[in-house]
Write a protein that binds this ligand. Structure first.
Ligand SMILES: [Mg+2]
Length: 332
């Protein structure tokens, strides 16, 4: 691998599922509820400048005041991104073909292993994940935005709420919630011509990052399966030590620092509000929401600087250059 193509892999130690075995359910952290609150705060307070003490509020992190005209004009001519941070599922890879089979089989296994069929536990699992078994589509929610560790914790909590002892609930989740097969050609489908997009970005000296809630094992399996790993400068996954779930700005800022790029020169491209929230709270140069994943335009547009159909449409925005007459050069 060349120096460029050698992905800078952050520590890949698998986070905490083993520790959960040792923890009582009383100790399951309230962070998931806090994170949900963060997203709600993100939406409800996006146009305000107030801040809720103890709860991350992106509105408090965003400077809404416009720059002076002269500075704005100079910035306009420098809008090429130096770094693009891509979300993975729903942005680069088809979310539904990958995770719908996983959601169906996981709920079926949990129902069987827990003996909670009478409680219609599968429906509760779908509801928790944010999955519609009728439309067979993933909606914005836990499956689209949370790490596998968070999903497992929430499933344990769900089973306990339905009467299982905590040890039994942990055992069921441990047995039934397996990593998604990210390498099967039946489920792994890229969105658009990603090699072309990455080659265009690299040709313009734009660094490429992937920041995902998925596990490192699953992420590398998918990127390698599509022959894309060689294009990516840095990969940050949900189970990497020291990372924080979106919409925290932590991972975006860590990526910028590792790449030697100012946050203002970086763009975030993703399919969820959590992606947009990370980009905004890190004060990146721009956020692009794609409609190829789980969210609709009406959901993304309040928080995205641009909303496009898919990453293919994002490319001209990322490579915006001015010709001598001042018009945008179309890149295709
Ligand atoms: Mg996504």
């Amino acid at each position: 691998m060349s120096g460029r193509s050698s992905s800078i892999l952050l520590s890949s130690s698998i986070r905490g599922w083993g520790k959960l075995r040792e923890a009582s359910l009383r100790r399951i952290r309230p962070t998931l509820a806090v994170r949900d609150e963060q997203v709600r705060t993100f939406v409800s307070k996006s146009t305000k400048d107030d801040h809720v003490a103890g709860v991350w509020s992106p509105s408090a992190a965003i400077d809404h005041s416009p720059p002076p005209p002269a500075i704005a004009k100079a910035e306009e001519s420098l809008k090429n991104a130096s770094l693009v941070i891509f979300d993975k599922d729903g942005t680069l890879i088809c979310f539904h073909s990958m995770w719908v089979p996983w959601a169906l089989s996981t709920a079926e296994r949990i129902e069987e292993a827990s003996n909670l069929k009478e409680s219609e536990i599968a429906k509760e699992v779908y509801r928790l994940l944010g999955f519609c078994p009728i439309e067979k589509k993933v909606r914005p929610g836990l499956l689209a935005e949370a790490t596998m560790g968070e999903i497992r914790e929430r499933l344990v909590h769900l089973l306990v709420e339905h009467g299982l002892e905590s040890d039994k609930a942990i055992q069921v989740v441990d047995e039934c919630v397996q990593d998604c097969d990210t390498t099967s050609s039946n489920t792994l489908k890229q969105i658009g011509n990603l090699k072309h997009m990455f080659e265009e970005l690299r040709a313009h000296n734009v660094k490429i990052a992937v920041c995902t809630a998925d596990s490192r094992r699953g992420t590398l399996g998918a990127l390698r399966g599509l022959g894309l790993e060689q294009y990516i400068d840095i990969i940050v996954c949900g189970d990497d030590a020291g990372t924080q779930p979106k919409p925290s700005p932590h991972n975006a800022l860590a990526i910028c620092k590792a790449m030697g790029v100012e946050p203002a020169d970086a763009f975030m491209v993703g399919d969820t509000l959590a992606d947009m929230g990370m980009g905004r709270s890190a004060k990146l140069g721009g956020t692009i929401g794609v409609l190829s994943g789980v969210a609709k335009e009406v959901e993304l547009s309040p928080m995205a600087d641009h909303v496009v159909v898919d990453v293919g449409e994002a490319l001209p925005i990322l490579l915006k250059r001015r010709n001598p007459a001042g018009g945008a050069v179309r890149l295709s």
